[in-house]
Design a protein around this ligand. Structure first.
Ligand code: G6P
Ligand code: MG
Length: 216
């Protein structure tokens, strides 16, 4: 039996590049509140829940809001984010990821989604990829966000696979921490200089498949 018996995927930045839309929507909110949000600052929001992201953005601008106003701003940001996401088509899946998910299916290795996003299902439907996942653990199910291991442990439990036999694909530092805390193999998707705690870092899924995964 191969040592990897299930693969768990983050959504934003791994399956599809929605980070750009999160950035635009948060930046517009910041500008409306009188400050700017840089791309570098936006990196801190990757893998972090909506309300926690809002707190980070407000702290960057040194802005204090009432709880009611925070909720209103987060709701408006999400509406804008979803409006931007509606531009996406199935072609927006990141290169090679569909091919890899097909390879897993052919080999009987289940796939799960592990994302902090409450929009995960809508986005997967939009790019016509919902059917690839045997389980979806998203922001509506978890009570503790990344870097807590909960999201990936729930995915492993759903798939009935021991955490030591799971591989996680993640583009966020908080997500790699979460995978390692769950006792799983952590594959970073992005830059090795950023994802320093990952067991292996790949630039993307082109030229990546099961043989490479089993060689880690
Ligand atoms: C992902 C993204 C984060 C985002 C979070 C919540 O983890 O990387 O940038 O804040 O999901 O997304 P949501 O769609 O629920 O606002
Ligand atoms: Mg991500």
């Amino acid at each position: 039996m191969p040592s990897i018996q299930a693969c768990l995927f983050d959504l934003d930045g791994v399956i599809v590049d929605t980070a750009q839309f999160h950035y635009i929507a948060w930046r517009e909110m910041a500008q409306d509140l009188g400050f700017d949000l840089t791309r570098e600052e936006n990196e801190r929001l990757k893998g972090i829940s909506r309300m926690e992201s809002l707190e980070i953005v407000l702290s960057i601008g040194g802005v204090t809001l009432s709880d009611e106003e925070k909720l209103r701003r987060a709701t408006a940001k999400n509406a804008r984010y979803l409006e931007l996401c509606m531009q996406m088509t199935p072609d927006d899946a990141l290169p090679g990821v569909r091919h890899f998910l097909d390879e897993l299916k052919r080999n009987g290795i289940p796939s799960g989604l592990g994302s902090a996003s409450k929009n995960a299902k809508v986005i997967l439907e939009r790019i016509d990829m919902l059917h690839y996942f045997d389980t979806i653990v998203d922001g509506n199910r978890i009570t503790k966000g990344k870097p807590d291991p909960q999201v990936f442990l729930m995915g492993a439990a759903d798939l009935n696979v021991s955490p030591v036999h799971c591989a996680v694909f993640e583009d966020a530092v908080a997500g790699i921490e979460s995978a390692k805390a769950a006792g799983m193999l952590a594959v970073g998707v992005g830059e090795a200089s950023v994802l320093t705690e990952a067991d292996m870092v790949i630039a993307g899924f082109e030229n990546f498949g099961l043989p490479q995964l089993e060689n880690i």
